[in-house]
Each structure stands twice: as C-alpha cells, then as structure tokens.
Design a binder for this molecule. Sequence first.
Ligand code: PGA
Length: 253
Amino acid sequence: MRKQIAAANWKMNLTLQQGEALLDGIISKPHSLKENQQAVFAVPFPYLAMAQAKLAGKQNVFVAAQNCYSKKSGAYTGEVSVEMLQSLGIQYVVLGHSERREYFHESNQLLADKVNICLEFKMLPIFCCGEPLAIREANTQNEYVAKQLEESLYHLSPDQVQQIVIAYEPIWAIGTGKTASSDQAQEMHAFIRSQLAGKYGVAIADSISILYGGSVKAANAVEIFSQPDVDGGLVGGAALLVDEFVAIINALK
Ligand code: PGA
C-alpha cells in the first residue's frame, strides 16, 4: 500500500518558541495515523534538533529539512549537507520547492544532483514539481511537469525512484488561497503516475506517493485527499495552525 503523508512546510516562519508551541499543540491533540500514514514536519534548519527531540518515539511522525546542498562537504559557507541532516536523525528532505526554484534559481539539473546525494545518504526526498500560472493558462502543464520529472528523476534506477515522494504543487495555488480543484489535482497526479509507469512500469509507479500542495486546508483536505491518485498533501499556511494541521492529518484517507 502506498504511503499517505500529511507534510507541513513551515517555510521561513515562526520563532523557535512559536515552533515549539505549535508542535506541542499538534502532538497533544488526538490524531489517527494508520500504519501506512505519516505526518512530516519540514521545519527551518535551526529547529531541526528541537523538532527531532520533541517528536522522538512518536509513531509514524518524521522531521524533514526544507533543503540541502548538492555536495558532500567542504567550503560551501552557509550550506547544509545531507550528512549533517543524517547525523541529526532526519529522514526526509524537501527538494525543488517552487520558491527554491524561483528565488534561488534551482534548476532541474541541480535538483538531480541533490536527489542523488540524498539517496546516497539514505535520505528520502520529497521532490516538488508544478507549473506556473502562464503555463497552466497555455494548457502546457503536462509537458512542463513531465520535463521536471525527466530531468531530475529519470536517471534513477527502479530501486532508487521508489525512495522518492513526489509533491505536485501548481505554483498558482501556493499561498494564494486558490486551490486546484480536486479534479485538476487528480488529473495531474494521474498524469504523473502514467509518466512514471511509462518509464518504470506500472507496479513501481503505483508504489510512489504523490502529494498535492497549494492552499490545502482543513476545509478542502478531505475532498482533495479522497482522489485516487492523491496520497496526501504538502501544506504551508494551514500547517502553522494547530487545529488546521491536526484536521489535515486526520483527513488522510
Ligand atoms: P500553501 O503552501 O499551503 O501555503 O499554499 C504550500 C507549499 O508551498 O508547500
């Protein structure tokens, strides 16, 4: 059975104290994670150790970094290596978020390198893809997303690609309050899965979790997550509120 994931992306929000209070609030509420379900918290680098300590021993709950560098180690001032994350016990890294692609010019090729180094250190990438508004308006989103997958993931072996979680995040729906309709999400998720099937076969494509991201909130999570090819969500704004995120965890199907 595919993993279903409710992933919180805190982005560059919250102080340490606010982050601690948010995690305390979320873990104090009842939530029901089945065996194949996970809650993941992608917190800023300085809070990774705090989150890791707070969530230690919690069943099916993991901490993620929001980024990592593509090199093993060395003279890269200000960057964070996968080995550093691994030494903290971190298991997931969000890669290629549209904000990283846009503001920090991360290319498909750089992301292929980041995917490689993550897998080398047994770190699970949550690989983000998704089209900007102009591409959606031109109705070329399938080609756009297919290229992102091809250039960053298709060099992987079948074994490797199964370690990847994909997050489809249409850029026009991120932080805008504008959600893709559940049909639009399902359509793209099915397309991504068919592309993966074309490259790696149906069995492997069926085993890869594909999350939806873009203005997911408690009020729309059940409907979006109920789509057959949607395996959970990557959540920004609504993940900063205790009750919202707990409801989103509980919306996993
Ligand atoms: P949002 O962000 O839920 O605030 O739209 C999602 C994301 O960027 O991962």
